[in-house]
Unconditional design. Structure first.
Length: 424
């Protein structure tokens, strides 16, 4: 028995074309002729696109289910149109051994609504120092290696990590932060910080470690991906590294593309790491997504409890959520705002992340996995965290106008999110 999705505008090779899409046994098939028992879903006026991919998500389980669980985090992903996410390793226990990773994988198999690929940590205990993990033992089960939340401080340790990652053909996915340059800061060291008496995080704390790591990539040949780029200097460094032919990629997040430190308020929902930067940094990031320097937009979805996010800028935990509003705010403010072509948004949120991490899929054609999302690109709405399926509610986009509502998300032929307004 097939399911036929009819009358949709289907995204393929950079453009939309009206056609029927047929799904059977978890894959797209050529046969679009209805037969007895087939299910038909009408998608008149809607756009069908390859499922979104987020390579930087915190699912918090095992260890911190009060913040998020695999079940709630992947439900949020499905609500946002994502069919694949890569899960960061700041868990308890950290996925630093086959046994610890097996615990996480067991929860994923049991509870995940979308495809989840975990990262293993770079160091034992995900401490950013000390002993390296067994790369060879972990590599077959992970998307890459990351100590996200901590920068690896030792140059010698990072070089050895890169050599081991290169030997097993997995990327190092780096949170770049020089600890000695933080000096107790928690927002960007800019005008807002000085005017309101806060302690700032300088841009150099990020780009200095990017600079160090890129030199190491040149020596090791490692595949290297920079997490949540936020500064103009980091963009320039990655651009130059790519020009030299290094195996380098990077991501940024929606909040760095749409907000600056001038938008800060004395609320925990504006606190994340790295912090919101200057208007100049934001302009460099936009230039980077336009010219291909930046490969992906990832949400860095990082849920915390309401209590942890309710202590203002200084006292709140670092991290905001984004899976359920990322597409809508980016489409409304970048694409409809005339800044970014729709095709480039799809490359950043679906196609290029698949290529970087060898995830496959992304093409709506016979034989490919039936992973896709359906959006109503004419639907305007206000971002309301109370409608989120995530346990996290802290987003700087609360109250923003968005456009492009997720109507349906399908993973390997299974409908994992359906808007109540969609019939059939």
């Amino acid at each position: 028995m097939k399911t036929l999705y009819t009358h949709a505008e289907v995204y393929r090779d950079g453009r939309f074309e009206r056609r029927t899409v047929a799904v059977e046994d978890g894959r797209f098939v050529d046969d679009t002729t209805p037969a007895a028992g087939d299910r038909i879903v009408g998608l008149e006026g809607l756009r069908l696109v390859p499922g979104l991919v987020d390579v930087h998500v915190h699912l918090r389980e095992p260890g911190h289910p009060e913040k998020e669980s695999v079940a709630t985090g992947t439900a949020a992903a499905a609500h946002g149109g994502y069919t694949t996410v890569c899960a960061m390793p700041n868990l308890t226990p950290a996925p630093d051994s086959p046994d610890h990773l097996a615990e996480e994988l067991g929860i994923i198999r049991r509870d995940a609504r979308v495809r989840v690929l975990p990262y293993a940590s770079i160091t034992v205990g995900q401490r950013g120092c000390g002993e390296l993990v067994d790369f060879e033992a972990l590599a077959p089960f992970v998307a890459g290696f990351s100590d996200d939340g901590r920068g690896v401080q030792s140059e010698e340790l990072m070089e050895e990590a890169m050599r081991r990652a290169a030997a097993v053909d997995r990327p190092i996915v780096a949170h770049c932060e020089v600890d000695e340059l933080l000096r107790g800061g928690y927002i960007h060291d800019g005008e807002y910080c000085r005017r309101h008496g806060h302690r700032g995080i300088c841009s150099e704390s990020e780009w200095r470690q990017v600079e160090r790591d890129l030199a190491l990539v040149g020596r090791t040949g490692c595949r290297y991906h920079v997490c949540h780029v936020s500064t103009k200097e980091s963009v320039a460094l990655v651009r130059a590294a790519k020009a030299r032919g290094l195996r380098v990629s990077c991501e940024t997040a929606p909040h760095y593309l749409l907000l600056t430190d001038a938008d800060l308020r004395e609320e925990g929902r504006f606190k994340m790491n790295p912090p919101l930067r200057s208007a100049e940094d934001r302009a460099a990031l936009v230039e980077g997504i336009l010219d291909g320097t930046i490969d992906a937009i990832a949400t860095d979805h990082a849920p915390h409890t309401a209590a942890e996010k309710g202590r203002g800028l200084e006292g709140s935990a670092m991290g905001v959520v984004g899976l359920e509003c990322a597409f809508g705010v980016l489409y409304r403010h970048l694409v409809c705002g005339g800044i970014l072509p729709f095709g480039r948004l799809m490359e950043l949120m679906s196609i290029r992340p698949r290529q970087l991490f060898g995830l496959g899929g992304g093409r709506i054609e016979a034989g490919e996995p039936a992973d896709f999302a359906v959006f109503d690109l004419g639907a305007d709405y206000e971002v309301d965290p109370d409608t989120f399926l995530s346990k996290g509610r802290a987003t700087p986009f609360a109250g923003w106008q968005a456009r492009g509502r997720t109507m349906l998300t399908v993973v390997q032929g299974r409908e994992v999110w359906r808007d109540e307004a969609l019939h059939g």
